[in-house]
Design a binder for this molecule. Sequence first.
Ligand code: SF4
Length: 270
Amino acid sequence: MKIINRFNLPQSIVNAVSYNGIKNEKRLSVTDLIGSPLVRQLKMKHWDELESDVSDMLWALLGSATHYILQKGAPKSSLSEQKIEVEKGGFAIVGVPDIYHDEVLSDYKITSCYSFILGDKPEWEQQLNVYAWLLEHCGFPVKKLEINAILRDWMKSKTISDDYPPIPFQMVDIPLWPKEKIDKYIEERVGLHSLPAGECTSAEKWERPTVYALTKNGAKRATKLFDSLEEANKNCDKGFSVITRPGICVRCQDYCIVNRFCGFYKSAGA
Ligand code: SF4
């Protein structure tokens, strides 16, 4: 994969992000394991043709820098930023848990207030439970999972709202899955990555469905959004119109590094 610098960012930043990624078909990072098998398989197949722009890697750089500093502040008796590898189904499953201390696994996220207000994402729960599985396999029992979220876009002026975090930091407990559940999950994910992949799921494509916007004539903002055209038409009084907002797959369109090689995306007419 080539790193390109379309916006001429400083060389120090280019150097800092350029270590990123090596091709290894028999290695599954935790992010790979819980992620789309099709994206990973297309990445492996077209590795030498792929390009990643430095400007798209800035948030990841910020995350890495924060983890580097936090590792230095980790409690002395903790395990911090240690690479763990466990062999499963012909793959090396590789993860680097942030901090493991007193049987508690803490993961740090640099994220937006929006993500936090929406609640924890399912992939956070999957990720931490896979880390716990890796730790358990190396003889480190886990009794609790937590996310320490640093909210990068927090604004003091918004704290007057009840559902807005009072400080730019929040700790979130993540459910620890029973052994049978995590074993079954790992088995299923490894199975999916071993076979030729089908189309990505709606969640993997970050699909936003079509909605029907009831809008006052002449206004730009919708008065109300409906999932069905029939419902929207029923509520459409004189002076209002129903405007269709077609659904999109946000990731396919704007964020998937392999979309130009993806038959499903191309056949959707992109
Ligand atoms: S373009 Fe969409 S469907 Fe194709 S690999 Fe990317 S995310 Fe999946």
